[in-house]
Design a protein around this ligand. Sequence first.
Ligand SMILES: Nc1ncnc2c1ncn2[C@@H]1O[C@H](COP(=O)(O)OP(=O)(O)OP(=O)(O)O)[C@@H](O)[C@H]1O
Ligand SMILES: [Mg+2]
Length: 250
Amino acid sequence: MAEAVAVRDLVVNFGERAALGPVSFTLAEGSITALVGRSGAGKTTLLRCLAGLLAPSRGEVKMLRGQGRPRIGYVFQDARLLPWLSVAGNVAFGLTHLPRAERREAVAKALAQVGLSGWAHARPGELSGGMAQRVAIARALARAPDLLLLDEPFSALDAFTRRHLQEELRLLLHRVRLTVVFITHDLDEAIALGDRLLVMAGPPGRIVADLPVSDTGGALLKRQVLALLEGSGEEALQSPTLRVLAAHAG
Ligand SMILES: Nc1ncnc2c1ncn2[C@@H]1O[C@H](COP(=O)(O)OP(=O)(O)OP(=O)(O)O)[C@@H](O)[C@H]1O
Ligand SMILES: [Mg+2]
């Protein structure tokens, strides 16, 4: 499969603090990658570099597909909707470069994709948390992104809504075939949605395992990743489980 993104020797330091790297990997076009790792491992820092929201201290993120400036869709942990705009207005935000008719079409399509066609004129205050998060996903999709990035998109939701939205997103991602990277602390979510797991340890954040998700063997994979996450930082890098996993991924 063609490569969509190449990350080379990426390093982020915040002053004296080494937060990330060096990390290198490539993303295949249409692949869905789950980033997992302990709190503080550098997942959000890596995602922000992929989005171009944060300039790395060293190294680079290279978008290999598409022409001109890459379009990025970014979904945060909370929906971050603008309360004074309608649902449609929020989804249209950032599409000002499009002629009005095209903009309207893109908004309608994105709202349909997340099952909220009937809510275009509602205000964010009238939505449940799960609906608001679907609007945030629609806002990201409406840009027709080259790369869709999601930072723990369902972590603020109750368990039931979360499972429901995971399944919706899984079906949606298989329909649209975007290149996707998402962060989650939920290994079931990582395995259900992802076709690849990048396991991070840190800080400074390093990729300690790069594992394909197959249709079978999810339970084994989950045990492996949990064993891996039991260690932390340098300690994890030394663990025998990790060495086995690294060899397996290698
Ligand atoms: N703006 C910042 N200024 C200074 N240090 C930062 C900044 N953002 C992140 N860090 C540091 O970088 C490291 C990685 O943080 P990051 O937010 O990427 O972790 P994370 O893996 O996303 O954690 P979590 O799972 O808790 O969201 C941490 O040590 C954090 O304190
Ligand atoms: Mg984070």
